[in-house]
Write a protein that binds this ligand. Structure first.
Ligand code: SF4
Ligand code: ZN
Length: 381
């Protein structure tokens, strides 16, 4: 373990001694341990180094190469919005030329969320000219404002998007009925030596994780894979500020790269923050998904919870249980009551059928719990 590791152990639910034992376990033992304690890497439950943000047993503070990359990332992040925008516009210009010169087939993945909206707006000219195609993963369980924005954006750009749809009859509900509720993160990944190493599916074939893998596979991955066939690369609105995993991978690859599988990957807003995105929207005045205006605190994209905390409004699958402990339910109930009621029905039916041990009344108690993080351990145990 690195000698300059800096961890605030008191922030985490177990003692330092237990975590140190955890650090000495094999991958498999760690996974079993986390499951037993209803903890997840992706939820920030495992202590991490305050400096490099890797999980504590994999601190990278002594790794020279990592430190170089970190310097670059901090430099990019500290730039003003104007500088970041100039850099992004340079990417748009250069990559559009590259695409035209080499006759590349490149797609921009659009979801109607603010990240991909910014990408769409940056590349709107080459999209309108037909140089870049837009693909949309339609899981059939999006919120009505998202569908509205898709149609609106098509009209604004004067092009038809390509939609990846699940097979006929396959929905969130049908998946949940067959495989169970997709409660656990499908990635179950650990960060090793600066790289994500996914635990093999065979090793993580518990029923709970399988339900998420199957749900994402049927509603998103399979339809999009078919759409992407024959394309030379993609444009995605990934941001390093979004999560620790994104930050690590973007620091490693940079914002544009040519991968081993011979594809171009363009990440034009890699170094932006959420504030940069809204500043961009204000400056350009483009329309966006109405979900971000469903707010009670006067700030786009944020909703004040009864617990006093804030829910960061997101687009995506309306019934997905993975984000509900962050206050999503309270927001959904206020602005999309029909969707909320449908979600309750689906969860109750599926939970009863699969005996998942999820009592939906407990889920609703989140609104009365002072600390929403208590939710995940009390409900999904
Ligand atoms: S994000 Fe959630 S609801 Fe959407 S496909 Fe994946 S598991 Fe299913
Ligand atoms: Zn560190």
């Amino acid at each position: 373990m690195c000698c300059i590791l800096r961890v605030d152990w008191s922030k985490y639910p177990l003692t330092q001694q237990i975590w140190e034992e955890f650090g000495r376990m094999s991958l498999r033992e760690r996974r079993v341990f986390l499951k037993e304690h209803s903890l997840q890497y992706t939820q920030g439950h495992v202590p991490q180094c305050e400096d490099c943000l890797h999980v504590f047993f994999n601190c990278q503070c002594n790794n020279q190469e990592f430190q170089e990359r970190k310097k670059l990332w901090l430099k990019e992040l500290s730039k003003s919005f104007e500088e970041k925008l100039r850099h992004s516009e340079d990417i748009v210009r250069e990559k559009t030329q590259l695409i035209k010169d080499n006759n590349l087939k490149i797609v921009l993945a659009y979801s109607g969320g603010i990240d991909s909206e910014c990408c769409l707006q940056l590349f709107k000219e080459p999209i309108s000219q037909g140089v870049i195609k837009v693909i949309v993963g339609n899981t059939t369980s999006e919120l009505p404002d998202t569908y509205k924005r898709w149609r609106e954006a098509e009209q604004e750009l004067g092009v038809k998007f390509m939609y990846g749809l699940p097979e006929r009859g396959t929905t969130f509900e049908s998946n949940a009925n067959i495989f169970g509720l997709p409660v656990y993160s499908r990635n179950a990944c650990v960060v090793m030596a600066g790289e994500k190493k996914h635990i093999k599916r065979e090793e993580s074939s518990s029923q709970s994780r399988r339900s998420t893998i199957m749900c994402c596979f049927n509603l998103k991955d399979k339809p999009q894979k078919l759409l992407l066939k024959g394309y030379d690369g993609d444009i995605l609105g990934l941001k390093a500020t979004e999560s620790r995993g994104r930050s690590i991978s973007l620091k490693k690859t940079g914002d544009c790269f040519f991968s081993n599988d011979m594809k171009w990957h363009i990440r034009p807003i890699a170094w932006w923050t959420i504030d940069d995105e809204w500043e961009f929207q204000k400056e350009k005045g483009f329309k966006y998904n109405g979900i971000y205006d469903k707010t009670n605190c006067g700030t786009k994209g944020k909703y004040k919870l009864s617990t006093g905390g804030y829910y960061k409004i997101r687009s995506g699958c309306a019934y997905c249980p993975q984000g509900i402990h962050n206050g999503y339910l309270e927001w959904l109930k206020e602005y999309y009551p029909t969707y909320f009621n449908k979600l309750v029905n689906i969860y109750n039916n599926v939970s009863a059928k699969h005996n998942d041990g999820i009592d939906f009344n407990k889920v609703l108690e989140i609104k009365k719990v002072k600390n929403p993080s208590l939710f995940s351990s009390s409900v999904f145990s």
